[in-house]
Design a protein around this ligand. Structure first.
Ligand code: IPE
Ligand code: IPE
Ligand code: MG
Length: 251
């Protein structure tokens, strides 16, 4: 017998004393969500944006320090022109609509990835991304990182290149390249490492996401497809995080 009404889900409250400082999410399953409904993949992406809005709000309400979301990988250009075009349109729409509210909420936006390396024809998107970063860079609330045209391997190679340039310019001794120097060249410079990685849709891979920053992240996967991942599912994931025993190599 159902104890809870149709729209009422049993809510699991995460222990606010054991919340992660930095959550990363691989928002996966939009295409399958749409296909299950006999709709085109782009319908799923639109629903995915709605889910994202709610998750960002909830992250902010919980007082979590940083949220990194995987919006578009460096490998996602392999999709059809139609799907890529729809995703880029949604991106622009998202930034145009949300930026005022995010700024009001004191959210600081960073883009992880090669914005300037995006293909021609996306100048409006590039301008909106740069503007969002610029407009929010002094904000002190939630750090919202959007990984876009992002690849973890590419990020590491870029950091190595930047360090090599500094050595060549005589600004840095090779011996001075330590963990801190390396991290200062990552897109996430200044942010804590990821504590908690969530991937929706049942896939069990990293898909080139935050390869460096995930070193000691706790991994959580759920079969829920991204458009269905709501606050309750998020609370459940965060509660699971609170029960983990992180050892960092110790006992
Ligand atoms: C994730 O959903 C969103 C992006 C990659 C932009 P997918 O589009 O990968 O959906 P599936 O995995 O094909 O269902
Ligand atoms: C990872 O999902 C990228 C994003 C969520 C933006 P994909 O759907 O692209 O990953 P693969 O191709 O299944 O590994
Ligand atoms: Mg996918």
């Amino acid at each position: 017998m159902a104890i809870f009404g149709k729209d009422e889900k049993k809510s699991v409250q995460p222990d606010t004393a054991c919340l992660p400082r930095h959550v990363a999410i691989i928002m996966d399953g939009n295409g399958r969500w749409a296909q299950k409904r006999g709709m085109p993949r782009t319908f799923g992406h639109r629903a995915g944006v709605e889910a994202l809005r709610a998750i960002i709000r909830h992250t902010d309400d919980l007082g979590i320090e940083a949220l990194t979301i995987y919006a578009f990988s460096a490998e996602n250009w392999r999709r059809s022109a139609e799907e890529v075009g729809a995703l880029m349109k949604l991106l622009l729409e998202y930034f145009t609509k949300e930026i005022d509210e995010l700024n009001e909420k004191n959210v600081r936006i960073r883009i992880l990835g090669d914005i300037d390396g995006m293909p021609k024809g996306l100048e409006k998107q590039q301008a909106a991304l740069h503007a969002a970063v610029e407009r929010t860079h002094t904000n002190t609330g939630l750090n919202l990182n959007i990984a876009l045209n992002y690849g973890g391997q590419q990020e590491i190679v870029r950091a190595a290149q930047n360090l090599a340039k500094r050595v060549k310019a005589g600004e840095l001794e090779p011996e001075a390249i330590d963990k801190a120097a390396f991290e200062s060249e990552l897109y996430t410079a200044g942010l804590p490492d990821v504590d908690f990685l969530i991937r929706t849709s049942g896939e069990m891979r990293l898909s080139n996401f935050l390869l460096y920053q995930l070193a000691y992240a706790e991994f959580y996967q759920t079969d829920t497809l991204w458009p269905d991942f709501d606050e309750h599912a998020y609370d459940e994931a965060l509660a699971a995080y609170g029960r983990r025993n992180r050892r960092f190599g110790g006992v």
